[in-house]
Design a protein around this ligand. Structure first.
Ligand SMILES: [Zn+2]
Length: 292
């Protein structure tokens, strides 16, 4: 039986998709899927010089430009950086988006990640996926409830570790080697972030960091570049591995689905995920980067 081939990434900020799942979205696009990229905020805190409304306008345009490279539709739920909360109104907004887009496949943040905006988004995506199919759940817009709960996958946490520093291993890695040029081009669309970091630190670590993440994930399964995922398999959610069946040879199950690694620096994006100077990648040092 054929399925509705619509994928949605629901992540907190503009450029999160490019770091975490743009290669997978590009692969799906190549296979004829309709792609949507949604952010919870327009990235209003992503500048040291522009006012929130100004940087938001810039970053909305950057997000739409990046999405256009894979013929994706860009959405923004217009919350604020640091102000994504798991509350009734936000959940309704998420359900309204899900009913409008009608995804079969939903990608979101890891439940544990360095930034609470990411964790709140993950929880909202999980809960929204469930309630979007419940007819009596009220949400903005006129779209009908979904017929079924979408397949839900969690992307890697930033730096591949949870908030206690424990490496988080994916259960599957998508080989995105063939899509790296597109993934790079999409990330480079977020010029306001790249230039800001370049000016602050004198190096183009923005793209380097993304490549380091993808290389380390690829090493888990013997490919050059990868993106890691874990599927939500709670009661009532779809149990079949849609990413595996859709992506075929590009999807590699990981040898272990343990959440901790015996060699964290090698298997996770742990201490070795540096910019070559023995320090965490510049793009994710919170003291210098409010949020990429
Ligand atoms: Zn983010």
């Amino acid at each position: 039986m054929s399925i509705c081939r619509t994928a949605l990434s629901l992540l907190a900020h503009p450029d999160d998709a490019e770091f975490l799942c743009a290669g997978t979205l590009a692969l799906l696009h190549e296979q004829g899927w309709n792609i949507h990229i949604a952010t919870m905020t327009p990235g209003d805190c992503g500048s040291a010089t522009l006012a929130p409304a100004e940087i938001s306008a810039v970053r909305r345009a950057e997000g739409a430009q990046a999405a256009a490279l894979i013929a994706a539709t860009f959405h923004c739920l217009e919350l604020g950086d640091g102000n994504i909360w798991h509350d009734r109104d936000t959940l309704r907004r998420v359900v309204g988006l899900l009913r409008e887009v009608r995804p079969t496949l939903l990608l979101t943040h890891s439940p544990s990640c360095y930034l609470f905006d990411h964790e709140a988004t993950s929880l909202l995506a999980r809960q929204g996926a469930f309630w979007s199919s419940v007819p009596n759940y009220q949400a903005p817009g006129n779209a009908l409830p979904l017929a079924t709960i979408p397949h839900l996958y969690y992307a890697d946490p930033m730096e591949g570790k949870d908030i206690l520093g424990v490496p988080v291993l994916p259960t599957g890695v998508v080989d995105v080697t063939s899509q790296m040029a597109t993934k790079r081009a999409m990330l480079r669309c977020h010029a306001s972030q790249r230039e800001w970091l370049h000016r602050q630190h004198g190096l183009d670590s923005y793209v380097q960091y993304m490549e380091t993440m993808a290389q380390l994930r690829g090493q888990l399964v013997g490919c050059n570049f990868g993106e890691g995922f874990r599927q939500h398999l709670g009661h009532a959610y779809p149990q079949n591995n849609l990413l595996a069946s859709e992506l075929g040879a590009c999807f590699h199950p990981c040898p272990t689905n343990s959440t901790s690694s015996p060699t964290p620096g090698r298997a996770g994006l742990g201490p070795e995920a540096t910019d070559g100077r023995g320090e965490p990648p510049v793009a994710f040092r919170p003291q210098t980067t409010p949020e990429p």
